[in-house]
Write a protein that binds this ligand. Structure first.
Ligand SMILES: [Zn+2]
Length: 199
């Protein structure tokens, strides 16, 4: 994950090489164009941001009405949110990875998922998973059931990541946290083992 200075540097480079970065728009950091499939998904992402903006006056779901910058960048392996900007790798611009993008958008829109630092970081990341459901529904138009499934699938995939990402020390505990918030019956928890030491 790039730190704040790196993120600012990237934004600065984009600014000076392309002239501007437009809020609510999906742009690349190297001027290269996207494939037709990636551009189609970028359009869907822009539409999702617009749908959320349109609902903002109703306080659904956003706590902020500012639109994020979205930068498609090969400098990130998956996606990262930093200070109003979402950096997403070109490979993630695909309908199959909307839960990833929704998680990052949730960091932007929801106060309890913003500025994930210090001892708040784990809870903050888990809040982004939870609010990702809302982003998928309001932004992309999924029904609740589908939005939950997409976020759940994304968290299950996280179980296969060997090296924990910052804020995600225990993928199994993170998945169970999501399930406890969504599903009424605790016995439906995904069969994985939480690492008690990282709680
Ligand atoms: Zn996150």
């Amino acid at each position: 994950m790039p730190d704040l200075l790196a993120a600012l540097f990237i934004v600065a480079v984009i600014f000076f090489t392309t002239g501007c970065v437009t809020e609510g728009k999906v742009e690349t950091d190297n001027g290269r164009s996207l494939t037709p499939e990636q551009r189609a998904e970028a359009d869907a992402l822009e539409a999702a941001i617009e749908n959320i903006r349109a609902k903002c006056a109703e306080q659904v779901p956003a706590v902020t009405c500012t639109q994020p910058w979205v930068v498609v960048s090969e400098t990130v392996s998956v996606a990262v949110y930093r200070s109003g900007s979402i950096f997403v790798s070109p490979q993630q611009l695909h309908p199959a990875f909307r839960a990833v993008v929704a998680h990052e958008l949730a960091h932007h829109y929801f106060s309890d998922a913003r500025n994930c630092r210090g001892e708040r970081v784990v809870a903050c990341e888990r809040n982004a998973n939870f609010h990702g459901i809302r982003v998928l529904m309001v932004g992309y138009g999924y029904d609740f059931r589908t939005a939950v499934r997409l976020m759940h699938d994304y968290l299950v995939v996280g179980l296969n990541i060997n090296k924990p990402l910052p804020g995600h020390p225990d993928a199994c505990a993170e998945l169970h946290d999501f399930e406890r918030r969504i599903f009424a019956a605790p016995q439906t928890l995904y069969p994985c083992t939480e690492q008690a030491v990282t709680r």
